[in-house]
Design a protein around this ligand. Structure first.
Ligand SMILES: N[C@@H](CCC(=O)N[C@@H](CSS)C(=O)NCC(=O)O)C(=O)O
Ligand SMILES: [Fe+2]
Length: 234
């Protein structure tokens, strides 16, 4: 059997105001593409990039319903009617396709495995691209940190179990890409986070104590957009 992988086109894009990463992934053979965590303010940028790379967007996917930005999937769908929105089945918001544990989202010859990683929100989903040994963790795992658990159905105990069972169980060399970064990082690995994550290397009891005492200010945009209703297109 050939060990040659299906080529991947990968772009990491950044939205400064909310420190959000959007990922463009495309199958190098078929040019079918997905966007993970597109931001409404950046849709024009993303549409231009899709055109420049000559790729065809099949899914606008979200790792979760973010408190701090409105997803771009609705606007992307207006511009590209073939594109479908994808969201974890427990997210409580509207989408074309709901995904649950172990389901796969296919684009061209590649597929993202869905792993349910609640704790930051109920619907948080980590997408794993095994063929290229990488995962997109949303806010479940941030580089050297993790998503907060003090609103949006957050639970430190649930988050601890999610990260240990679904993300730290991946092979150590897998690259991990988060949905946000506030410290200047862009990518990490399972091995790095197992050794250096400032919260998730602790015991579960210590982790819960840390998370219950973060005292973080609310995200800048939370006031405007925190009302998440089942009719919101995502
Ligand atoms: N003051 C910051 C707040 C950023 C923030 O709360 N980010 C969330 C992810 S967006 S729901 C989070 O979980 N942060 C965890 C952490 O440890 O910071 C801002 O608005 O920039
Ligand atoms: Fe979040």
């Amino acid at each position: 059997m050939s060990s040659v992988k299906n080529p991947l086109i990968l772009r990491q894009l950044f939205h400064k105001e909310t420190s959000t990463y959007t990922y463009l992934l495309a199958c190098g053979n078929t040019k079918e593409a997905v966007l993970i965590d597109p931001v409404l303010d950046c849709v024009e940028r993303d549409l231009k990039l899709l055109q420049e790379l000559g790729v065809h967007l099949v899914y606008g996917m979200n790792t979760h319903v973010h408190a701090d930005h409105i997803t771009g999937t609705g606007k992307l769908k207006e511009a590209l009617p073939d594109c479908k929105s994808v969201l974890g089945s427990k997210s409580g918001a509207r989408a074309d396709v709901y995904v649950a544990q172990d389901e796969n989202v296919k684009f061209g010859n590649l597929a993202l495995e869905c792993r349910s990683t609640p704790g930051h929100t109920n619907g948080c989903t980590t997408y794993v691209l095994h063929e290229h040994e990488m995962a997109f963790t949303g806010d479940a795992l941030l580089i050297r940190g993790c998503g907060r658990t003090d609103f949006q159905q957050g639970s430190p105990s649930v988050l601890f179990e999610s990260v240990h069972s679904q993300i730290f169980s991946l092979p150590k060399h897998y690259k991990l890409y988060p949905a946000h970064d506030y410290k200047g990082f862009s990518v990490t690995t399972v091995e790095e986070e197992l050794a250096h994550n400032t919260r998730l290397t602790k015991t579960k009891e210590e982790f819960i104590k840390i998370m219950d005492n973060l005292n973080l200010p609310y995200p800048k945009r939370l006031g405007k957009f925190c009302k998440i209703t089942s009719s919101r297109e995502i």
